[in-house]
Design a protein around this ligand. Structure first.
Ligand SMILES: C[S@@+](CC[C@H](N)C(=O)[O-])C[C@H]1O[C@@H](n2cnc3c(N)ncnc32)[C@H](O)[C@@H]1O
Length: 314
């Protein structure tokens, strides 16, 4: 029986069409993961193209040799680190990219490794770092942040309704005993959330875990910095493709792309454009692209995915 792929890339055909790699010389993949999108893009690259694969999770980059072996005409290289840091350093090195792709969030492999603490369904230490060699694990944030900070980070990461109840419960509970495992946190969330709220929107721990993970890995800050760095890296005609899974992430991409593609810079109160401006970028999917019903049925992760993209005008 064929082995299950470790992570199914979302919006595969749509991402490939947006990246349009046929003439690309340099691709920067900020979120290599299991190399699912990398395989699709590499198959469409011309001979001799360079593919820079970034991931902050060193174990993801172990998939790179197999991808490279299947595409001998492409020069792959691995860079371990955050895409914000690596893209900024690529810009300093003078690299110019024809395609930059960011498929943000966690991979199925990460969620499926119980010991990493991403899932509320398995008991494990509260870690949630994508890069286990850097930064503070979730348990440290939970042990030290005050109610206001916890409330804000839970809200920012999507646990809006649960935020204050859970933040208060964390601070109350940690004075009695440390909150060290995912099971400790799930129990606390279940006790903290009123039954009515619990029934209405699925398991509340799901949103609390997502929000904590986003905070632990500074995912929103990474996306902001990563997009700004990618903007400077794009060659004329270069394309930037972003797949997000959360409304806060999508908002970041949407607002930046709207600003980057705005032609007219006249003051808003001026009825007629006199600047004749032409933005450096054009939008590749004004409202974003979401998965088809078939893809959602085959890959539940795709249900919340949205692809956006811009192209630097040649
Ligand atoms: C959704 S998966 C990408 C899957 C990949 N496109 C594929 O088809 O296999 C996200 C991957 O990006 C990595 N990642 C997430 N945020 C990152 C960041 N800010 N910098 C570098 N890597 C990041 C994660 O460690 C994970 O391996």
């Amino acid at each position: 029986m064929a082995e299950e792929p470790p992570h199914i890339p979302v919006l595969p055909a749509e991402t490939l069409a947006m990246a349009d790699p046929a003439a690309a010389r340099v691709v920067v993949d900020g979120t290599f993961g299991a190399g699912g999108h990398a395989r699709l893009i590499a198959a469409g690259l011309p001979e001799g193209a360079r593919y820079i694969a970034i991931d902050r999770d060193a174990s993801a980059l172990q998939h790179l040799p197999a991808v490279a072996a299947d595409h001998p005409g492409v020069a792959f290289e691995a860079r371990h680190g955050t895409f914000a840091d690596v893209i900024e350093s690529l810009a300093r090195e003078g690299v110019s990219a024809d395609v930059v792709i960011l498929d943000v969030g966690v991979s199925s492999m990460q969620v499926d490794q119980p010991q990493r603490g991403f899932s509320y369904r398995n008991d494990a230490p509260l870690d949630m770092r994508m890069d286990q060699s850097a930064g503070d694990p979730a348990a440290d944030i939970i042990a030290s942040a005050d109610v206001g900070t916890l409330t804000r980070l839970l809200r920012a990461g999507g646990a809006e309704r649960e935020a204050r109840h859970v933040a208060r419960a964390i601070v109350r509970s940690r004075d009695v005993a440390p909150i060290a495992t995912t099971a400790d946190l799930v129990r606390l969330v279940e006790e903290a959330i009123p039954a009515a709220l619990r029934r209405r929107r699925g398991h509340p721990a799901k949103r609390v875990f997502q929000a904590l993970r986003i905070a632990v890995n500074d995912e929103l800050g990474q996306l902001e910095r990563g997009l700004d760095a990618a903007r400077g890296l794009l060659a004329p005609g270069g394309r930037l493709c972003v797949i997000s899974f959360h409304s806060a992430e999508d908002r970041i991409a949407k607002r930046r792309f709207r600003d980057w593609t705005r032609d007219c810079t006249c003051p808003p109160e001026q009825p007629i454009c006199t600047c004749g401006g032409m933005a450096d970028f054009e939008d590749l999917a004004r409202s974003g692209i979401v998965a088809s019903d078939d893809e959602r049925a085959a890959n539940p992760r795709a249900a919340s995915a949205r692809l956006r993209g811009v192209r630097r005008r040649p």
